[in-house]
Design a protein around this ligand. Structure first.
Ligand code: SF4
Length: 351
């Protein structure tokens, strides 16, 4: 029996990592952009294809950066990805230990890897606290999965109580992978194939085209996954659409961050953005004068925040006082932005 949602995603089975991801509660830890493979569909951007670490969109220069990002989104777990994470195994062990010691054993960690680790590496991952591993075998190996090293790695993971599965894009050949995962009784995560800036050239050369104008999904990828399910060739499968990742997972993550970081006067939208009023002054001195004016108007201090030359308050407060403060200011607007420090401004409405 499969469950389908309104973005087209469906599943007969959801791993714990996917369950938390759907709540927007997983932090994405990108441990390196370096990878020895050359998948034509690789979505990693040119800027990230080097030895860099990101926690969600935040550059990680020290452990504290990672901890802060997890706190800000109230993360219940972390997905480790890359590049190829196991090219930097010591870093992976370190981050798993760090997250488990900071947030407790219940902080669920899954790892995505294109290699098939030996028993020693798996035992070290287990010792550090890894909960789930998703293998991403190259398409050239899909014909011989049963005799591939991935079959052995899945066995090692099980010996050490790590949930194991396969994660690949939904392209021609997935039924061979599905036959393998059914035989191994492990989960199969299929991602809808997507165009990105980094893979567009290679994908076009292979004849892939966009499904439509409003998403990056590749035409036919969803049908391949659906047909496989209809033919009864699924087993424990989860198909995740491009729209689902953008529309649901990202939104849920933004809402979590906004709830944790919004000021009393910020309005949190259903999309996870925040709306507030902004008075941009000529300089810090002018900002002080505007603040005094707002205080004289009876606006309590907790409803005002001054950031250098920007005075911020509730959007509905600003609507009332806009004419009073306009003099000596550069811009008086209602701002909607992503809920991070210097988050992307979605809309700015001048008053
Ligand atoms: S294994 Fe992953 S990171 Fe490496 S090239 Fe393939 S898709 Fe990109």
């Amino acid at each position: 029996m499969s469950e389908v949602n309104n973005t087209g995603s469906f599943h007969t089975y959801l791993s714990e990592g996917c369950r938390l991801c759907q709540q927007g509660a997983k932090m994405v830890l990108f441990v390196t952009g370096v990878c020895h493979r050359d998948c034509f569909y690789c979505p990693v951007s040119a800027e990230r294809r080097k030895d860099v670490v990101f926690a969600n969109e935040r550059v990680v220069n020290c452990d504290q950066d990672l901890i802060e990002e997890a706190r800000i989104m109230n993360a219940l777990g972390t997905g480790i990805t890359g590049g190829e994470p196991l090219l930097v195994p010591e870093k992976v062990f370190h981050y798993i230990r760090l997250l488990k010691s900071e947030f407790g054993l219940g902080h669920h960690i899954h790892l995505y890897t294109s290699v098939a680790p030996d028993t020693d590496t798996i035992s070290r991952l287990a010792e550090a606290g890894l909960d789930e591993i998703r293998f991403h075998p190259p398409a050239s190996m899909w014909d011989e999965m049963e005799t591939s090293p991935y079959a052995a790695s899945i066995g090692y993971a099980r010996q050490f109580d790590i949930e194991a599965g396969i994660e690949v894009p939904a392209i021609e050949g997935i039924e061979k992978v599905a036959a393998f995962t059914r035989k191994m009784d492990c989960f199969l995560n299929l991602n809808e194939l997507e165009f990105s800036e980094s893979n567009a050239g290679a994908m076009s050369l292979k004849g892939f085209v966009l499904e439509g104008d409003i998403s990056n999904a590749v035409a036919g990828s969803m049908e391949l996954a659906r047909n496989m399910l209809c033919r009864g060739g699924a087993g424990k499968v989860h198909f995740c659409t491009s729209t689902y990742k953008d529309a649901v997972q990202l939104r849920e993550r933004l809402v979590r961050i906004a709830r944790n970081t919004a000021r009393v006067f910020d309005e949190i939208t259903e999309e996870g953005t925040v709306i507030y009023g902004q008075i941009l002054c000529k300089d810090a001195e002018a900002a002080e004068e505007v603040t005094e004016l707002l205080t004289e108007e009876g606006i309590p201090p907790e409803m005002i925040e001054v950031r250098d030359r920007s005075v911020e308050t509730a959007w509905w407060v600003l609507e009332d006082v806009a004419d009073l403060v306009r003099e000596n200011t550069e811009d008086v607007s209602i701002v909607e932005r992503y809920p991070f420090e210097n988050g992307f401004v979605v809309e700015k409405i001048p008053l």
